[in-house]
Write a protein that binds this ligand. Sequence first.
Ligand SMILES: Cc1cc2nc3c(=O)[nH]c(=O)nc-3n(C[C@H](O)[C@H](O)[C@H](O)COP(=O)(O)OP(=O)(O)OC[C@H]3O[C@@H](n4cnc5c(N)ncnc54)[C@H](O)[C@@H]3O)c2cc1C
Length: 461
Amino acid sequence: MKRVAIVGGGISGLAAAFTLEEQRRTGSAEYTLYESTARLGGVIRSERIDGCVVEAGPDSFITEKPWAADLCRALGLGDQLIGSNDADRKTYILTDSRLVAMPDGLMFMVPTKILSTALSPLFSWKTKLRIAREFFNPPRAAEADESVASFVMRHYGAEMVDRLADPLLSGVYGGEAANLSVRAVLLRFAEMERTHGSLGRGMLSTRKERQTDANLPAPSLFTSLKDGMQQLVEATVSRLDRASLRTNTPVQVIRPEGGGWIVSALKSDQFDAVVLAVPTHAAAQLLSICDPQLAAELSAIQYTSSITVGFGYDAAVRRSLPPGFGFLVPRSEGKRLLAATFVHSKFPYRAPEDRALLRCAFAGSNAESVWQFSDDEIVGMVRDELRQILSLRADPLFARVYKWKSAMAQYGVGHLDRLDRIERLLQKFPGLALAGNGYRGIGIPDCIRSGREAAERVLNL
Ligand SMILES: Cc1cc2nc3c(=O)[nH]c(=O)nc-3n(C[C@H](O)[C@H](O)[C@H](O)COP(=O)(O)OP(=O)(O)OC[C@H]3O[C@@H](n4cnc5c(N)ncnc54)[C@H](O)[C@@H]3O)c2cc1C
């Protein structure tokens, strides 16, 4: 029987445990999952407050990537999956202190409808001309990796970086477009440039292919669960062997010995294999003695922090908010807030009819700049900015602040080359697998895929 240690009880580690659980039941493997805190789920946490489902961390996952919904179905949660209310989808960008709706036909940050883009006050005439010219870009042979900012700048200019690329990516990675690798973060766009030249033409041709594939209605962009993302954690944990789960048990170090691994936590134990499902900075610490070179590569992957603030308001506020999913704030607007989501509009089952639920976020350097303040002070700052942006003066019925230190991986320029080097270094250790948000996808579906693949890798030793 193979003995496997899983370090980290976030969704990546839980997905690895779920895969190993199937083997445990057949008697071919056993596992121990170590989690340093008292609770499982990592950054996934939902609270029910005043009838609202308040997400402390992620609020949903992207539907296009199947691994999270597949896991939900395997857990019997198929009937609990909900889609975002895309018919009401409208997102605003704060532009010169005013909320301007993103124009119709914008696919991520690529404009595909000339007329709505031309009429939108989001862009200056200079940028609109660049957008029109971009449609004629010839295919371009792929060169070295570059930052998302320089890639978008080449296609559409600086205003597009500031107004769309930067805030959209900050929402996902918590970082700045200038620090993120286009190959690691927007590989699809880099490929489009190679094959089509123009991203606008590339997007249109992808959309056409998809439409002819199936005449079904488009699925919602985002998927969540009726009672919140924590349902996924609870359902996974309920399928695992309780005796195999060790909370409040931080692992200090791991080292190879006699063809297996010694894992040192409160006490040391021996395993055939280890899945490290922790952020890369934590994995680097655990491996610092056994392989300093691997540890150095892992610790070079940067992480940023984020803060989310949930607010509940009454029916009058709900009526007063602009229709849509919420707004994003470009850095050039000089605010601390990155975004606010009108959660009651974005998803069903999140708030009673007579409540408005807002989720506000700080990311990256803005999160760091307010980190030292108390929850009350942070609530005050957010309310101040909501007053300026939405003229929202009402007192909230409740407010909750959630801080996530060094939780969002930043895929810097050259990230994929670094992953190649990490994979080469790992060849020395067939009984070691890495999972989590530091590698090939920060979102929940990719984390689940990485956890399941890591478990399969160590099972196939
Ligand atoms: C605020 C926020 C909003 C997000 N929004 C979305 C979203 O809407 N959609 C989406 O798809 N993704 C979103 N993400 C990203 C996604 O939620 C995360 O990337 C993913 O949940 C990370 O899971 P993980 O298991 O890899 O890591 P984590 O959740 O960080 O879990 C790692 C676990 O390892 C434990 N650990 C660390 N060191 C040790 C040790 N030495 N010993 C034992 N245990 C240890 C930690 O305590 C933690 O529980 C968001 C992330 C954040 C922070």
